[in-house]
Design a protein around this ligand. Sequence first.
Ligand code: HEC
Length: 111
Amino acid sequence: MKIFCLILLMMCSSSKAGHALDSEQQRGKALLETLCGRCHAVSATGRSPHVDAPPFRTFGDDKLYDNDFGQRLQDGLTTIHPDMPAFRFSRTDAEAAVNYLKSLQAHKRPK
Ligand code: HEC
């Protein structure tokens, strides 16, 4: 377990050095932290404050990462879960947010 944590830590620190977020991704992250951070874990580590809310890094490449996801951010996320307050992203904000979310999955992907 200790070894595993160490490897994970090394992966995180090296990926931070290697793939610094670009300015759009940083904006996306800031947005998500403001809007979603009180329930979801937004960054590469940490737990979601809301027990049922999945950390953003765990979304993976499933259905949420099709092109509709950005559109859903613009339409309001109530389409995803009724308990969630409705957020409406502008197109550029949605793009920045999705861009950040993708970058977050990339270095966490198994395989
Ligand atoms: C008030 C708390 C709260 C806030 C704020 C919140 N969420 Fe959620 N979100 C949840 C909960 C709880 C779930 C889990 C719902 C479930 O599993 O049924 C969830 C699930 C999700 C899912 C997964 C849905 C799925 O199909 O599995 C996505 C994507 C998501 N949230 C995105 C966001 C984004 C993006 C924001 C900010 C714009 C946000 N959430 C803000 C509580 C919140």
